[in-house]
Ligand binder design. Structure first.
Ligand code: URA
Length: 237
């Protein structure tokens, strides 16, 4: 018997996403499109401004970034860490002191909470991708400012396009507000699926919050169960 989709619109969207990924892959292999049809020559695709860049190319484009005022206080730019083809991506807020020193996201106290969560879920850091809204540390870990987010977000968008994860987990209020363009409290956002550029996102608490309020950890655990179930149900993609 034919399966009736739970959400036909959602299924159609996923089909289109998968087809786009496949076509992109074929083009990278050199496919020029159907004879006499519309696909532009591969060189034009390569030149086009919105070509999907590799993570290395995006990092090179950032260079010694001075697009916002944070560069002056930065030790190292924290680009991101993990698998370029990760199915699961985490997006936090901004580097703290440890991350700024090492140039790697979530390596301090909050990072330990995140690492514990990953290992309880049976995931290794190397198989997910971890990035932040900001790539430079705000002084004294203050909240990111609007101009800083505006300068940095395009690079996160490019990373997301390059990785094309099946799910993005948004860690905390600041990242949720920056990505989802809402002011809703994280207590209400968490646990509810949303979309960002057509990709499923799950907002949850920031690991630093969970460190301060360990009794809240079960809520993030529940959010991650939804994520893991979705990934398990869509294993082929
Ligand atoms: N908090 C974040 O949001 N990101 C990090 O990389 C570290 C702490």
């Amino acid at each position: 018997m034919q399966k009736i989709p739970e959400d036909p619109v959602e299924e159609l969207r996923e089909l289109v996403d998968n087809l786009s990924d496949w076509l992109r892959y074929q083009r990278r292999l050199g496919w020029r499109g159907l004879p006499g049809k519309v696909a532009p020559p591969i060189q034009d695709i390569e030149k086009s401004a919105d070509r999907i860049l590799s993570l290395e190319e995006i990092r090179a484009e950032m260079g010694d970034c001075r697009r916002c005022k944070l560069y002056g206080g930065r030790t190292r730019l924290v680009f991101g860490d993990g698998a370029a083809n990760a199915r699961l991506m985490f997006v936090g807020e901004a580097p703290g002191a440890d991350e700024d020193k090492q140039g790697v996201p979530f390596v301090g106290a909050a990072g330990q909470v995140l690492n514990n969560l990953l290992s309880k879920l049976g995931l290794r850091r190397e198989e997910v991708y971890i990035a932040n809204i900001l790539k430079s540390r705000p002084p004294g870990n203050r909240d990111p400012e609007a101009d800083e987010i505006a300068a940095c977000l395009p690079f996160l968008d490019k990373q997301i396009k390059a990785i094309r994860p099946r799910v993005i987990v948004i860690l905390g209020r600041i990242a949720a507000h920056a990505l989802l363009g809402t002011k809703e409290p994280i207590t209400q956002l968490r646990g509810h699926w949303q979309k960002y550029h057509g990709i499923r996102v799950m907002p949850t608490f920031h690991p630093a919050y969970l460190k301060r309020f360990p009794l809240e950890r079960h809520k993030t655990w529940a959010d991650m169960q939804q994520v893991m179930e979705y990934l398990a149900d869509h294993e082929e993609t």
